[in-house]
Design a protein around this ligand. Structure first.
Ligand code: PAF
Length: 277
């Protein structure tokens, strides 16, 4: 695997790379990321698989975990080699942001100011801006993202669509540990006791998903029960709600494809998860 730290070097590689599949990350890689890398080769038939590691300051709010976000480059490098990634782009902060970024992608508030966006103002603006910048550097034919960050996926799909970027977005199912916990870099923050408690989030989402599948039409009831159950076990939930998959708005018609999404704090760690219904 070749490692590149400058935009110029990555562009030179890209010019010779044929069809490119790209999986951007912030590092601290887990099985979910590795599944993206393997799928990049398997699902796309791309000639070249490129990944990136860049902890993007723009998408962290004041008081969030930018400084303590785990940086584990050596372990990440080894995992990417094993996953068959051809090129890794690891820009420094000054390479990506040589001056404070003044031009941004501002996603539609209908997608970006609800759910995660209501609790992390500016988060999706930071994500969309860095992803557009990475897309402009890498110029991939395919880009792969996990469904764990469901709202991020919706925002990025809409960005690609509305800005006519010639990139096919491929979404991959969330990878879970045996007890159901969604793989996330932030799981590393959990104490052993919190780690044992953490799968409850998925279990509660599963109960709501099951109720909806069984024909419950008033979603507020199972969601309220799930929220209460989390609170009873020491969680501080931000939201747990059933939305339309397509645009994350409140469902209006029967039969629309749905997703149940949640975010909740366990101790000082904020976890998110979702299940497509
Ligand atoms: O999902 C992530 O890890 C990040 O939000 C991304 C897409 C790499 C942008 O920094």
């Amino acid at each position: 695997m070749h490692i590149h730290t400058s935009i110029a070097a990555l562009r030179a590689v890209r010019a010779q790379a044929g069809r490119v599949a790209f999986a951007p990350t912030m590092g601290n890689l887990h099985d979910g990321h590795i599944a993206l890398m393997r799928a990049a080769r398997r699902l796309t038939n791309a000639d070249t698989v490129i990944s990136s590691i860049f902890v993007n300051r723009l998408q962290f709010g004041q008081g969030e975990d930018f400084d303590k976000y785990p940086r584990t480059f050596e372990a990440d490098r080894e995992r990417l080699v094993a996953a068959g990634v051809d090129h890794l782009f690891v820009p420094t902060e000054t390479e990506m942001y040589p001056q404070p970024q003044r031009y941004h992608v501002t996603p539609d508030p209908e997608h970006a100011s609800i759910l995660e966006g209501a609790f992390r103002p500016g988060h999706f603006r930071g994500v969309a801006t860095v992803v557009l910048k990475l897309f402009n550097i890498v110029q991939p034919d395919f880009a792969l993202f996990g469904k764990k960050d469901y709202q991020q996926l919706i925002v990025l799909k809409n960005m690609v669509n509305e800005l006519a970027l010639p990139i096919e977005i491929i979404a991959l199912d969330t990878i879970r540990t045996r007890d159901g916990l969604a793989q996330s870099s932030r799981n590393n923050y959990l104490s052993p006791i919190e780690r044992a408690e953490a799968p409850r989030l998925y279990r509660q989402l599963s109960i709501v998903a099951e109720a909806v599948r069984n024909g419950v039409c008033d979603f507020t009831r199972p969601c309220a029960v799930a929220l209460a159950e989390l609170e009873r076990h020491g969680w501080r939930p931000d939201y747990l709600t059933v939305r339309r998959r397509a645009d994350l708005q409140v469902p209006e018609q029967p039969g629309e494809p749905l997703v149940v999404l949640a975010a909740a704090r366990l101790g000082t760690t904020r976890l998110i998860d979702n299940i497509e219904i």
